[in-house]
Design a protein around this ligand. Sequence first.
Ligand code: SF4
Length: 370
Amino acid sequence: MSFVTEHEKYDWDDIRLSIYSKTAADVERALTKTRLNLDDFSALISPAAEPYIEQMAQRSYALTRQRFGHTMGMYIPLYLSNLCANACTYCGFSMENRIKRKTLSIDEIQAESIVIKSMGFDSVLLVTGEHETKVGMRYFRQVLPSIKQHFSYLAMEVQPLDTDEYKELKSLGLDAVMVYQETYNRRTYAEHHLRGNKMDFDYRLETPDRLAQAGVDKVGIGSLIGLEEWRTDCFYVAAHLQYLEKRYWKTRYSISFPRLRPCEGAVQPKSVMSDKQLVQLICAYRLFNNEVELSLSTRESPEFRDNVYPLGITSISAASKTQPGGYANDAQELEQFEISDERSAQEVAVSVKQRAMEPVWKDWHQSYSG
Ligand code: SF4
């Protein structure tokens, strides 16, 4: 049993139709509830909810402060390698792109870690392309212990692995794994993943199950907004979250909602999500689930981030470089995607404080678990 079985119960077109047929009465009913089901969530992400965004935002703000206090988790991505054996139509690291490839050595990682640490961060997201032989388990075994010396919270966004491999990485200091399905539409997924292991839709879809079974503290899920009709894809994300929480209640979960950004060989989004709709989505996730962590990256502009993160976001990245070696050297390798918020970590922290919140550099949940 995994989410693959659950996924088969949902028909994409039926869900899409159900979302688009929601009425103001459905939205108002959802807004009176304290425990929302998936049908209520559908109402809140539907076009019928657009006139209610202000009301949703107020509730989302209050629920977020109630659960997470006036805090904002701060993290930074550390790109270890841009090698990739997959061909994804939307990514600058795709194997078909003729770019200079680089994988950081232990010494280079040390240099990056020192710079990142000096910026104030204690929580890092390690990112690699998906290349089983060059940046697979052998590489992770080598680099994780030395990175863990610098940081108390280690998250990874790398190729999906087996349960035993996650267990091993956990013993080396791994705390969290982000594994985005990109799209929950099987046919569209096949259109965008043309070569490599990532073509295996089911193996990727089962990854959060394996992570929770391996006892990894936090699992991040999400879809790449724009690959498919965003409302339907986000319904599946909510369904995935609900499934995971029921089965693996000890695990923490986070959701990200990256919007497609320009990169070399970029595809045009099939469905464009406006800023207002992203606010609607963030608030809908919060009203649906008070516990889930919501993360916003530097793909979004400073103005947008500053206005939106108080409404429901619990962690933000800052000062990100998406090319390996980009912190210690002004590396010229191609970026995975363009950064929109180019402020320094301290500038972002100041903006967080101006909104009466405390930037948290060390993952505060970990201090609870000791
Ligand atoms: S999205 Fe990931 S797997 Fe796909 S090309 Fe980019 S780095 Fe490789």
